[in-house]
Design a binder for this molecule. Structure first.
Ligand code: SAH
Length: 353
């Protein structure tokens, strides 16, 4: 194990069988060793800075029916909402005042918002605050749509691939959705010039260690700027309601592995991680993560954006979340960075230009 960890640290990659051993035979000792090296790598690249992204969950209408997701189209129990342009701009402005320099607009695939409307919202946010990066996380769209959003000023896009294994993908999604299209979207986004975020759930139903290794190989090939992983957590009104949730321990282990594979990647300690353990996000940062995404959605809609049961921060105001996050980060010896927090290579390229 020691040798594998050393090799991963030095070369950033392992053979499939080596990854398998590292994950299958994991124990407290191997986690501690990985964690130590992963946080060292993170600090080498980003110091003790933790980047904040303000998340606005602007609609929970969704045309898709992913079996794991609480806002899937067939969930008749979900109370649906969508925010108006003015409400979104209000949240973004509030975020700016609270020190956020990245605003993430996330939602279900809600076709009520036409591309022109999305573009208009992006332009307005950029007009209000030139030094804000707008990130989108609104699912699978055509390349033309992605191009239009990019032209309007969006510069980043989060689209988790969910699982890089074809068989597994089919077990998590209805036939209408395909891994092929998901990958095509990520490819298009990258070609257009977005900083992209991919990622997967840890412990999703039917996941095996081999599938996780498929994720690692796919990510290696894709080279995203951000990688979002978090534990799968069941939602009571979905077909996966009776499945076990993903474990804290494996999620932290995977974060550390990802940090060693991708020393410079932006790696969030996700809300799902914070939802399965009161100190989950702090533990994530100490395992190599360097981004957190506090919620900026209006208080009255927060408990409606329920992707899974037990989601944290559903009763807080944006300002409370911001303060709470800062305190948590400082308590573990890190600090909140008030900057856009671009991927390092992205910044270097801009300087070169
Ligand atoms: N519609 C957008 C945003 C999806 S929600 C899109 O398709 O990209 C953001 C992420 O939440 C998903 O990519 C998924 O990985 C995660 N998620 C959904 N349901 C979840 C659950 N039950 N447990 C943990 N994470 C979940």
């Amino acid at each position: 194990m020691e040798e594998l960890i050393r090799k991963l640290y030095e070369t950033g990659f392992l053979e499939r069988e080596e990854f398998k051993k590292l994950i299958e035979d994991r124990n407290e000792e191997s986690y501690e060793a990985l964690k130590k090296l992963a946080s060292k790598r993170a600090i080498e690249n980003y110091g003790h800075d933790v980047y904040l992204r303000g998340l606005i969950e602007f609609t929970n209408y969704c045309r898709n029916d992913c079996y794991y997701c609480g806002i899937r189209a067939s969930n008749k129990e979900a109370e649906r909402y969508r925010l108006s342009k003015d409400e979104i701009l209000y949240c973004a402005d509030m975020g700016y005042k609270l020190g956020f320099r990245t605003i993430v607009l996330q939602g279900g695939e809600d076709l009520t918002y036409k591309d022109e409307e999305i573009c208009d919202i992006i332009r307005e946010i950029k007009k209000l605050h030139e030094d804000v990066a707008v990130t989108l996380s609104i699912g699978e769209k055509s390349k033309e749509s992605y191009e239009a959003y990019f032209k309007a000023g969006a510069s980043r896009y989060l689209l988790r691939h969910e699982t890089a294994n074809e068989e597994h993908y089919k077990k998590l999604h209805p036939d209408k959705l395909s891994l092929e299209n998901r990958k095509e979207c990520l490819k298009n986004l990258k070609e257009i010039g977005y900083q992209i975020g991919a990622g997967f759930m840890v412990g999703s139903p039917y996941q095996t260690i081999d599938y996780i290794i498929d994720d690692l190989f796919y990510l290696k090939k894709l080279q995203p700027h951000m990688i979002g992983i978090g534990p799968f957590i069941p939602h009571k009104d979905t077909p996966f309601k009776d499945f076990e949730r993903g474990s804290l321990e494996l999620t932290l282990y995977m974060l550390a592995i990802l940090r060693l594979m991708f020393p410079k990647v932006l790696l969030p300690a996700t809300t799902a991680l914070g939802s399965i353990d009161p100190k989950g996000r702090e533990k994530g940062i100490l395992s190599g993560a360097n981004v957190v995404m506090p919620n900026l959605s209006p208080k009255d809609v927060r408990n409606k954006y329920m992707l899974y049961d037990g989601k944290i921060c559903t009763g807080d105001e944006a300002a409370e979340c911001r303060k709470c996050m800062e305190r948590r980060i400082e308590n573990i010896g890190y600090k909140v960075a008030v900057s856009k927090g671009d991927h390092i290579d992205f910044v270097n390229n801009l300087i070169k230009c």
